[in-house]
Design a protein around this ligand. Sequence first.
Ligand code: MRU
Length: 344
Amino acid sequence: MSKSQGGQESPPSSFRPPYEVIRWSERDFSILDQRYLPSRTTYLELRDIASASQAIRTLAVRGAPLIGVVAALAVAHSARRGGGEKRLLDDIYALSGTRPTAVNLFYALEKMRDIIENGGGGTDILNGALDIWEKERLNSLKMAACGQELLKDGMRVGTYCNTGLLAAPGLGTALGVIIKGFMDGKNVEIIVPETRPLLQGSRLTAWELNQWEIPYTLITESTLASVVPDLDAVFLGADRVVLNGDTANKVGTLGFAILSEYFHVPFYVVAPTTTFDSSLKEGDEIPIEQRDPDEVRCFGACTTAPDSALVFNPAFDVTPAHLISAFVSEEGITRPPYGRNLRK
Ligand code: MRU
């Protein structure tokens, strides 16, 4: 990748991700099914809104920007298969009930609703969805470039969950900054927590870094307190950032942020402006998805707790703004005080 210039998108001439996450052709629409990674690379066809909704709900496709893009494409696919206005609005309603926390889903669906309610035809609907996809791809490349100011050669950095191309088109969000750093020749040591209970770190981030041939060290979350004192920075993503800078991200982010503050490690959130929700003032207003208890009672196919065990399984937690050292978006780097600086 060509050398970064802060805030400039600098796609390399040879830039080609080593895997495809969305397959979209004139007739077909499928996604890389993330449930089977890292063991199997299989594509899941999203025939209709039911299969797209199921894919989002079951995390066959996931990550804040990516679920917005896939939802928009699912509406466009439904339109080209003959859906009329009422059907498409029902489709949007169904998709909006899949996952409550990542605001990108609602951002994308609102854009699609606007086009349909304003009388847009099939071509407008298709172009609307393709625009959302392209916008997120460009956002990602710009964030990857902006983030280079914070990622120095020789750093040891931590990340969390999965924030690569499996979460956002382009290069991803936080992982995109790290991948671009490597492409620019920076020697960066990466710590990847496995991210219980669904292992987005070990199954997805580790798999992605393998595809890019970037070395990393995998740890359990229990090891974080032993590792954070030796980190130079943490880069992670977000599912929803509200006006005061409070940020929802994968459960476990809050603990990582508290440890980072304790050990004086800069904690950076990399998220496009489509992840910012200016309708909410504070983090406790963010709806937090609660997931199936069996995700905690079982480890893959293996039962690891009594069936009767009571389980608390939120998919996300909220990190207060004062624990976040800076936000990186496609518009640049924002530092505290967030109340004022995040409001444009
Ligand atoms: O439940 P997931 O796997 O969709 O959660 C994803 C995350 O929490 C990511 O960190 C987040 O979407 C930001 S990266 C694009």
